[in-house]
Design a protein around this ligand. Structure first.
Ligand code: SF4
Ligand code: SF4
Length: 469
């Protein structure tokens, strides 16, 4: 494994050697306000990820995507498969929100909130630091021959990596099967839920591979959002940049003709993607602000103003005024607001229960003893935490239509569903062709009323009259 210091440039990727092999990075430790704030944010996000399946809201985990029962519980709101259409608007709104944030604040998401960065920086790199020491010690361990000490450290590190990868994968699974089921399944033979078991093993393997070896390569060569950012940002977007006018010419601090950059390369050593921010904004930059803290530390020691490397726009770094309001910000915020408004409207369309009515398959109608019959399956599905009694009525039904299987009131237990077979009949003499009527389900204690249209079908009335003659 090559460990020779490299000089990042704009013509090649630092983490790939000229022969195509991997150059494994060991970013140096860094301390400072952004590093602290990122760490606290990371811990908070990890805590949210772990706790969401534990926190009960309305009798269900705060986020529970119950695929088996086709019910999705999101912060107290229960959605059925029939409601999934509204997720389109929620996801669109979130997508435009990400566009808006990127145009305004650059890759804030990547450096501060992306789950990949959060787990890599605040879990896996911390474990590595704890076991193998700082960047210099890790490089020395890489270069050292295999012996008991190296074997022990590497075995311990990879065992903990595997354990963490398995924990993240199992928590992820609990979002789909609930914690109780997860606990129960873990005490059963894997054969009982083989596909789920293999899925979790595969996810554990992928996470272990990514966090132990692939690391920044995912951000540098695979992440689609990273590719998209250059299309979403402009010269007024807040990024992390180096103030050339202040820093150059770089050189020794003792020489007054030099700029403020002493070419100590601390900003390069701490960079998790191995770039030199002094070469300008680059696609590999994930906006982690490690170089800002590193350079601020050097500036403080030199008693020079902080901010040689800082959060600023390209215009700001060039000494121009940064514009906040600009056409793309207006467009993205309008699209974001549109998505949020439509999503809010869609949420108001979600009822506390659902009713579906499906015609008996392969049997649009039957004729029997002088009557025409249509058969339907009625399903009532509760999304509420309280039992309800519903009154079922037919509306605008023609004279002579009779119904069987439909009591006037039906009790629906919380989060349950009931199914009924309904038979509508009419004398052939009263049937003059297809007609429509409705079924209404009305909660007895008030609330949403759901109405379903029904089309009653039968044979051609002319054929009926021919048969009767
Ligand atoms: S940390 Fe600051 S002073 Fe040191 S090389 Fe980077 S920009 Fe120059
Ligand atoms: S250049 Fe700075 S902000 Fe960008 S990834 Fe490297 S250390 Fe993080």
């Amino acid at each position: 494994m090559a460990t020779t210091p490299k000089r990042p440039n704009l013509d090649s990727v630092t983490t790939i050697n000229p022969d195509g092999s991997r150059f494994f990075l060991h970013p140096s430790d860094v301390h400072g306000r952004f590093t602290l704030a990122r760490r606290l944010t990371g811990i908070l996000l990890i805590a949210i990820y772990i706790l969401l399946p534990w926190i009960p809201i309305n009798g269900h985990p705060a986020v529970f995507l119950d695929i088996e029962n086709r019910r999705f519980h999101l912060l107290g709101l229960t959605l059925l498969v029939q409601d999934v259409w509204l997720l389109f608007f929620v996801i669109s709104g979130l997508g435009f929100a990400l566009f808006f944030i990127t145009a305004l604040l650059g890759r804030l998401w990547c450096g501060w909130a992306c789950p990949y960065t959060v787990f890599l920086d605040h879990v896996f790199r911390r474990i590595e630091r704890w076991i193998e020491g700082d960047a210099t010690a890790r490089k020395q361990l890489d270069a050292a021959p295999w012996g008991p000490a190296k074997l022990f450290k590497r075995a311990l590190k990879h065992a903990l990596f595997l354990l963490c990868a398995a924990a993240i994968a199992h928590i992820f699974l609990s979002y789909f099967i609930s914690l109780q089921n997860l606990y129960g399944w873990m005490h059963q033979s894997p054969e009982k839920h083989l596909s789920v078991f293999l899925g979790v093993m595969a996810l554990t393997g992928v996470l272990y591979f990514c966090f132990s070896w692939f690391r920044e390569q995912f951000c540098v060569i695979m992440c689609p959002y990273g590719r998209l950012q250059s299309a979403l940002t402009d010269d007024d977007t807040l990024n992390i940049g180096y103030d050339i006018s202040r820093g150059e010419p770089r050189g020794k601090a003792a020489d007054p003709s030099n700029g403020h950059c002493i070419d100590c390369r601390r900003c390069v050593q701490v960079c998790p993607t191995g770039i030199d921010i002094r070469n300008g904004l680059q696609m590999e930059c994930i906006g982690c602000a490690a170089c800002v803290d590193a350079c601020d530390d050097i500036m403080a020691k030199l008693q020079r103003p902080k901010g040689l490397v800082r959060y600023d726009s390209l215009n700001g770094l060039a000494g121009k005024k940064r514009r906040i309001v600009r056409p793309r910000i207006i467009l993205y915020s309008a699209l974001m607001l549109l998505g949020a408004s439509v999503a809010t409207w869609a949420m108001t369309r979600v009822h506390s229960f659902e009713m579906s009515l499906v015609r008996m398959r392969g049997m649009p109608y039957m004729t029997d003893h002088g009557t025409v019959r249509n058969q339907f399956i009625l399903r009532l599905m509760s999304k509420d935490q309280k039992p309800h009694v519903y009154t079922l009525t037919t509306e605008e039904a023609p004279h002579g239509l009779s119904v069987s299987g439909m009591e006037e009131s039906v009790r629906l237990e919380p989060q349950k569903e009931i199914q009924k077979t309904l038979m509508f009949s009419i004398n052939q003499a009263d049937y003059h062709g297809p007609f429509e009527f409705h079924i209404e389900a009305r909660p007895e204690n008030g609330g949403d009323v759901i109405r379903k249209d029904i089309e009653f079908l039968g044979p051609d009335p002319a054929a009926i009259s021919g048969m009767n003659h």
